[in-house]
Design a protein around this ligand. Structure first.
Ligand SMILES: [Zn+2]
Length: 133
């Protein structure tokens, strides 16, 4: 029987089966951090090796009369261009690995990833622009 891979719960369950039981939380956390660095590295390689995207950063400048609501009209992402298919594929793959270890961490701590995503979604929907931390 093929396992379902459609929902967040399916993903968490599949990670549970594929991460060796009793795998040390220390190993999971260090792999989580390592895969996070790999996501960043893939992003920077899209800039420096491929060149499909560019980062041109400078100080964020907001007009004096800028309301909190208008902030998004003035804040820059410092990013231009679009990810090519290859870089997109690499970054998505690295994010997938990062999610794998994040989910493994949730399993070890008996946390429900779907509940976390739903709760965070409600928080974002409620706070809107005030969500900035
Ligand atoms: Zn690229």
């Amino acid at each position: 029987m093929t396992k379902s891979t459609k929902t967040c719960r399916d993903f968490q369950s599949n990670v549970q089966e594929n991460l060796i039981r009793h795998y040390s939380i220390l190993d999971i956390v260090s792999k989580f951090q390592e895969t996070n660095a790999r996501v960043n590295r893939a992003l920077f390689r899209a800039v420096t090796d491929c060149g499909c995207i560019e980062i041109d950063a400078s100080k964020q400048i907001l007009p004096d009369d800028c309301t909190f609501k208008d902030v998004r009209d003035h804040i820059q992402s410092h990013l231009s261009g679009e990810l090519c298919e290859n870089c997109k594929e690499v970054i998505e793959s690295e994010i997938g690995q990062n999610l794998f270890y994040l989910t493994g961490m949730c399993n070890t701590l008996k946390l429900d990833l779907e509940e976390i995503i739903q709760r965070e979604g409600q928080r974002v929907a409620t706070l809107g622009i005030f969500n900035l931390r």
